[in-house]
Design a protein around this ligand. Sequence first.
Ligand SMILES: NC(=O)c1ccc[n+]([C@@H]2O[C@H](COP(=O)([O-])OP(=O)(O)OC[C@H]3O[C@@H](n4cnc5c(N)ncnc54)[C@H](OP(=O)(O)O)[C@@H]3O)[C@@H](O)[C@H]2O)c1
Length: 350
Amino acid sequence: MTKIRVGVNGYGTIGKRVADAVLKMPDMELVGVVKVTPDASALIAESRGIPLYTVRDRVEAFKSKGVKVEGVLEDLLESIDVIVDATPGGVGARYKELYLEYSKRKGLKMIFQGGEKPGVAEISFNAYCNPEKIPGHRSVRVVSCNTTGLLRLICILDKAFGVEKVRATIIRRAADPKEDKRGPVNSIRLNPPNIPSHHAVDVKTVAPHIDIETAAVIVPTTLMHVHSVYIVLKKNTSRDEVIDVLGRYKRILLVDSEKTGIDSTAKLVEASRDMGRPRYDIPELVVWKDTIHVNGEEVWLLQGVHQESIVVPENIDAIRGLMNTKGYPSESIELTDKILGLGSLSRVLG
Ligand SMILES: NC(=O)c1ccc[n+]([C@@H]2O[C@H](COP(=O)([O-])OP(=O)(O)OC[C@H]3O[C@@H](n4cnc5c(N)ncnc54)[C@H](OP(=O)(O)O)[C@@H]3O)[C@@H](O)[C@H]2O)c1
């Protein structure tokens, strides 16, 4: 089998996880990752045999620290089918012109992350909403962690019942666990201090027909985001039916808090650690089963988003979508879920 050759530019929170997921996929080869700082992450990648690349003006910095690089970004682009850009928000857009050169010359495909503006790619994507739209395009944007969480829920319910409108409050984590310069430390900040927040606009880049408004605040935690989501459906339903529908999807983790005692993000993270999940990742959207409140057409629930890992499955599917692999999208989603072990926590905690 010819494997899809993948490169990852930006080896931080998202890049590391996408690279590790690519390494696990039987139909993909990780050709290399690009870093600009020769730090501990670079040394660890080197020790794990992950080929490291850098950018031209950082070669000397790597040399002076004795960290071996295989070449520069351009060398990597020459030898891959798909580049996953996981550089900080706004930086990916600056690389777009370079990627496009390789795209025109040798058919390179590009994936950008949610920190980029929607216009950076031909389409924005979520696996449960619009996977069939990717083939035929050369660039895709995987929407942000919060938008991915909202879209998974909304598109599942939209397919099953039709969605009339969505109103959601997003309680955002202040920083990722590795970050030591971001806050707030002791405050709840309106982010942004107006309604709707940009999340609603972002949902519409994938599902333009959805009537959605969002508000967002930032709180002093690093573990996960939590959403309070109120949805009006197009038809009456019952709580059991909503649970039944959500339970059919591997990327939804239904948590029974009465049975398990899991009523916080801290306890979720502990469960993931106990399951031996790498980096305590939870790529599923967590829906607290006991919060699912259904009244005729109204559904209200609380859900958790592990910001560091929720977009990883979508990045893997986007790679196959751009390459239009046989059986995409359903077989791709199934394979991604199987290899990443999605659904394993549901069987225990649901
Ligand atoms: N973190 C999240 O919760 C999250 C969730 C979903 C989506 N996203 C999106 O994913 C993207 C990446 O975010 P992240 O949190 O993974 O960022 P991050 O942890 O800060 O990592 C960014 C990586 O990009 C590298 N980098 C910085 N400047 C670069 C440049 N000029 N050229 C090449 N590489 C460069 C950094 O390299 P060095 O390490 O070598 O310095 C670092 O490895 C953003 O669009 C973000 O909005 C983030």
